[in-house]
Write a protein that binds this ligand. Structure first.
Ligand SMILES: [Zn+2]
Ligand SMILES: [Zn+2]
Length: 275
């Protein structure tokens, strides 16, 4: 573990933070802004959704090496928050407390106790394949191959990914997952258009099979039958032995081999993209 931690301590934090310029979004469009790591702002023409918001400078002893792409106070009003699981890089109670202003939050079963006291209106706890309609949005929890304990003994906590459906279009936020056969089923049950897939932390100190590597992310993308692959979960926190820039290099190489290079959208933190 020290081999992963110690180099981070002496690395200067990088990343620019400009005042974001959010484009005008028309009905039927999605605007996606990568905050960094697994955090995204997803906007429709009339709704602002945050997934796995995390503005923390540290995850306990692990230093954030890239600043969030936008400052928290520059966010638009948030209508809905989604949290994929209780791990510290995805569920940051301090960030959530700052965002909470009586809007709903959706989490997997067993995670509600970690967010119910932070100022949200209603906590929706979902099991796999369950869907909650929230006005014009449909939010569904999908399975993954991971684990959910925030500490050690709280193994009852659920974990998953989300499909966000709006105006006949869809975005899939995978959460954290090892490669597993379930991607095919997710693609069969939901028509996935844009897939936000994790590509980092595949070489963890624990040696556990809990995160995909970039080649497996390409495989997952193909099995999901999605149209756009947006890589995430790399470049912000050093959670594995791999160098911070290795996941993206490997992803682009594999995507080229697989003939899907044009389907990969590499985002820059803080720069909104309308799709
Ligand atoms: Zn995790
Ligand atoms: Zn993670």
């Amino acid at each position: 573990m020290a081999e992963v931690l110690i180099p981070s301590l002496f690395t200067k934090r990088s990343g620019e933070r400009a005042v974001p310029r959010f484009p005008k979004i028309r009905p039927g469009e999605f605007c996606i802004t990568w905050i960094g790591h697994a955090s995204f702002l997803i906007q429709t023409h009339d709704r602002n959704i945050l997934v796995d918001p995390n503005w923390a400078k540290w995850l306990k002893v692990i230093k954030r090496l890239k600043r969030p792409g936008i400052e928290l106070h520059h966010l638009p009003d948030i209508d809905l928050v989604l949290v994929t699981h209780a791990h510290f890089d995805h569920l940051d109670r301090r960030t959530l407390r700052r965002i909470a202003s009586d809007q709903p939050i959706v989490v997997p079963v067993g995670v509600g106790t970690l967010v119910h006291d932070l100022g949200f209106n209603i906590v929706h706890e979902l099991d796999y394949w369950q869907t909650v309609p929230l006005e014009a949005l449909k939010i569904s929890l999908t399975p993954c191959h991971h684990w959910g304990a925030r500490f050690l003994a709280d193994l009852h906590r659920g974990f998953g990914g989300f499909v966000i459906e709006a105006n006949g279009r869809s975005i899939f936020h995978c959460g954290d997952s090892a490669y597993f056969p379930g991607f095919k089923e997710i693609g069969e049950r939901h028509e996935i258009e844009i897939a936000l897939l994790p590509i980092g932390a595949y070489d963890p100190p624990s040696g556990r099979e809990v995160h995909m590597n970039p080649e497996e992310a390409v495989q997952a993308f193909l099995e999901l039958r999605a149209k756009k692959l947006v890589p995430m979960h790399y470049g912000t926190f050093r959670l594995g032995y791999e160098p911070l820039d290795e996941p993206l290099t490997r992803l682009l190489a594999r995507a080229k081999e697989a003939g899907i290079h044009d389907d990969v959208l590499v985002m820059t933190e803080g720069q909104p993209v309308v799709l």
